[in-house]
Design a protein around this ligand. Structure first.
Ligand code: FAD
Length: 469
């Protein structure tokens, strides 16, 4: 049967692509169904005014040198049989955690962060070293890890709340589904991938990663169907049977791996016998929808940051001693921001200066806006973004040659994630297993996120549920 597969993978984001490649590599008949006409999901790209932009790439985390064994990046490249050199990775110059009273620099050499802590928080050096030892020994990827909050653990080692806020700031904004704190396993993943390993960028940006994945997909024989939105996942007698596409086709498989998100997956799950009924029966409790989304300004400049003596790659800016990592009450929160200069990796392959400024944002507030107001508020986001850059670097005065702003509604439109959530639900399923036999999650709501994390999630769920079982 042409429409019967061993495994159907929902979504051609990073995790779905990685899962599809891995399964097809070992002879499984696999089909990836993607609602859009482009791959990458949250981590995609677009072209405007003849310029190529990345959507979800400030930096790739988990940088390690070629040949480093058993680290997330090298493990993932090995499993997908992608040569390290093909990414042509450029390392960050350095990044900055920018609070009013202290500025902590870090780069891909952990010694820099240690020396900054000993300079500004000498009373915490002992505690911090012990905390790092504890983090190093913790197995953050064990699929049976329980969820408990990371700040409680940090406070056993560190007493200075200012330092705790500063250390948590980049880790929260780059990967927490929880407000103001995060699950400890996720904290350890982020700590290792950002502070102990570090930031890098593939030459050519996200297209390089996606093109490598697409070549592998073709080589492996995995089928990829675009414009194929899943309307329903069908089950019978507690077991998954396949998917119904919005355009009407039905595809069958005993295993379905979904990267849509946890609540998004459960929402479309329905009994085969209920398919034609107007109200479909889905008695499962809905997992929580994640609260956190972003708006981002992308600004092209007539000069590069280095021409103003700026060599920071990513700045984690916050305007008080406390970091408010929360869904904002208003459209967005300009008390903190992430400022990224993609030019400031070791070899700048970009033709013009670029700055990206990200704020936490509230999906519902953006969703309620009528079109003219929506446009007006996007302009305010842009103004605030430029103001924040100016407040960090007083002499930075290039001309803006092009700008674009995306909001949580853009994220919802292009990924289907409820409320434009970026780090997914707080109801993660670490082992990927849903209550329906044969239906698994991969990607953000399995618990591994970011570019490297989501690919590893796809690989591990494919290995565990598609190849080993
Ligand atoms: C603004 C922004 C900046 C970021 N910056 C970074 C960064 O610098 N570094 C980093 O490592 N990570 C970054 N991330 C996070 C990273 O992009 C994500 O964690 C990762 O891409 C998630 O991948 P995924 O496969 O889990 O999910 P997704 O990318 O969400 O993929 C899900 C796919 O499923 C498809 N889909 C959804 N519903 C359906 C349906 N019903 N039928 C068919 N297909 C469907 C979607 O179209 C999508 O392609 C950023 C994200 C954003 C939004």
């Amino acid at each position: 049967m042409d429409n019967k597969y061993d495994v159907i993978v929902i979504g051609a984001g990073m995790s779905g692509l990685a899962a599809g490649i891995r399964l097809a590599m070992f002879g499984k008949k696999v089909c990836i169904v993607e609602k859009h006409i482009i791959t990458g999901g949250l981590n995609s790209y677009y072209t405007r005014s003849k310029r190529d932009f990345d959507v979800g790439l400030h930096a790739m985390t988990n940088f390690v040198e070629k040949g480093t064994r058993k680290r997330p990046l090298t493990k993932l490249l090995k499993q997908l049989r992608i040569p390290y050199d093909s990414l042509e990775l450029e390392q960050q110059k350095n990044s900055l955690i920018h609070f009013p009273d202290f500025k902590l620099k870090f780069n891909n050499d952990f010694e820099l962060l240690l020396s900054q802590i000993s300079e500004y928080f000498p009373h915490e050096v002992d505690g911090f070293n012990k905390f790092v030892e504890y983090i190093n020994e913790y197995n953050e990827v064990a699929l049976d890890n329980k969820t408990f909050m990371a700040k409680d653990v940090a406070r056993k080692f560190l007493k200075d709340e200012y330092l705790i806020e500063m250390i948590f700031c980049p880790l929260l904004i780059y990967g927490s589904a929880w407000e103001d704190d995060m699950d400890f396993s996720q904290f350890v993943i982020m700590f290792k991938s950002i502070y102990l390993e570090g930031f890098c960028r593939p030459k050519g940006g996200v297209r390089t990663i996606i093109n490598l994945l697409l070549n592998k997909l073709e080589e492996s024989g995995c089928e990829l169907k675009f414009r194929s939105e899943v309307k329903n996942i069908i089950k019978k007698d507690g077991k998954v049977k396949g998917v119904v596409l919005k355009k009407g086709d039905i595809l069958y498989a005993d295993k379905v791996i979904s990267s849509m998100g946890h609540p998004e997956t459960i929402k479309v799950l329905c009994e085969e016998d209920d398919l034609d009924k107007e109200t479909q029966n889905n008695d499962q409790r809905m997992p929580k929808v994640g609260p956190l989304s972003f708006c981002e300004s992308i600004v092209c400049l007539d000069m590069k940051p280095s021409q103003f003596g700026i060599d920071d790659t990513i700045v984690f800016y916050n305007n008080s001693s406390q970091y408010h990592y929360q869904k904002p009450k208003d459209l967005y929160d300009n008390r903190s921001a992430v400022v990224c200069f993609p030019n400031n990796f070791t070899n700048d392959d970009l033709e013009e200066g670029i700055a990206r400024v990200t704020f936490m944002a509230n999906y519902n507030k953006w969703h309620e806006l009528e079109k003219p107001l929506y446009k007006e508020h996007k302009s305010k986001v842009l103004c605030d973004s430029l103001e924040i850059i100016q407040s960090i670097y007083e002499d930075f005065s290039p001309q803006v040659t092009f700008s674009d702003v995306f909001t949580p509604t853009t994220i919802k439109k292009y990924t289907g994630h409820f409320d434009g959530t970026v780090y997914g639900s707080t109801d993660k399923l670490r082992d990927g297993k849903t209550k329906t036999e044969g239906l698994f999650l991969c990607g953000t709501d399995q618990g591994f996120l970011g570019i490297v994390g989501s690919m590893l999630s796809g690989i591990s769920m494919a290995n565990l549920h598609g190849l080993m079982e």
